[in-house]
Structures are given as C-alpha cells and as structure tokens.
Unconditional design. Sequence first.
Length: 251
Amino acid sequence: MTAFFIALQFLTVFPIQLKAMPSRQQNGQSLLFYPLIGLMIGVILFAITIVLHALPVILLSSLILVVWIWLTGGLHLDGLADTADAWVGGFGNKERTLTIMKDPSCGPIGVLSLIILCLIKWSALYVLLENQLYSALLLFPVLGRLAPLFLFLTTQYVREKGLGSSIAEFTPKTGAVIIFILCLVASVYFAWVGILTALIFIGTLIYLRRKFIQRIGGITGDTVGASIEICEAVSIFSLAVLSFYLPVIWL
C-alpha cells in the first residue's frame, strides 16, 4: 500500500504522512496507481455535481473547476506553465529549454497557457453539465493520469536525478501496460462518444511524445505534468463537442 500512498501524496492535496522515506522501487510502483487517483478525483467531482446539481450551471461549472484544481494542488498546471515558457523561450535549443523549465518564475507565455487551458476546461464543463452528462466527469481525470504511464513506458527521462528518474527505472512495465489498456477499454462505457474521445486522447499523447523527443530528447517532470493537463483538456473538450454529433447513450 506504500506505493498507493506515495501516488496519493504526490498527486493530491490529501494530508498523507509516509512513515518512512520511500525507496526508488516504491516510487516506480506508485505510477501504477495514478489512474486510480484520477478515478478518486473524478468520483469527488461527480459527487459534488450530484449534490449541487440544482445550482445554476455557470456557477456549478466554476465550482467544479476550482475543486478540480485544488485537489491536485495546481501541480500539473505548474508543469504546463513551465513547459510553455521553456518551449517558447528555449528557441529550439535543448539545454536552454531545460534550463528555463527549472526557473520557478512564470512568464507571460506560461500565464497565457494556463488561461487558455482553464477556459477550455470550464467551457467544456459548462456544456457537459448543461446537458446533465455528469458521469463523464469520472473519465477525464483517469485519462489524464494515463499520460504518465504512456510517457514513462515509451520515452526516456532526460534528468538523471529526482523522483522521475526512479519512476522511469523501476516502473513495472507489464502492469503499467495492462492498466493502461484496461482504463482505455473502460471508455467504451460512454459508447461511441467515449471511444472516439479515447482515440483523440491517444493521438494527443503520441503528438506530445513526438514533440518532447524532438525538443529535449525525452521527458521531464514538467512535461509529464503538462501532458496530464493537456490530455484532460483535450479529452473533455472532445467529448463535449462529440456529444452534439453523436447520440450520448451510456452503456
């Protein structure tokens, strides 16, 4: 259970106190629990929506987005801002890009990326809640946390030290592949809308991986965090758009 609590402590604001410093093996094993943490976040968002569904949709969608960000402590948004700043300020140079990512300050491009992403999430949430597609809230946090599994399984981690290096080295690859596939298959519950959303999610992951390799030769913690946020935003936006073109029938 230590690996689960490592994931819970790292990905959420829940007050988890580990009894001892985790080993590198335990850090690697914690990656397997990322989708479960995503499901827990989704359940919380779903429960809040059910309890407060009588509120005006504009207010409820704002509340859900704020809770969503608060539950993660803004960790992945920080990675998105750092990655955006580095991508623009790095001018295509690997070392300059990696150096900018280490800078804790947030530049104008980073701020702009946060505004755009939160606007996409909020507007898509508004559409889904307006159409009472509440159960879809369970899907997006799970898909977002599949991104680290895919990236750590297929892409080199470029920094030699830190949590990411131990995750990359000690991730149980077979277990990660099985969990990744099972979570994707679960999207079938949402019929064709869910299937197409999953396909768009996979395409987004492949595109991001390609760009990371082109620029810095692999991934960092910041790029993984950015991938979580981008995949969540693309997935919720895709499902919201597809719901206007395909019949939304949950199996």
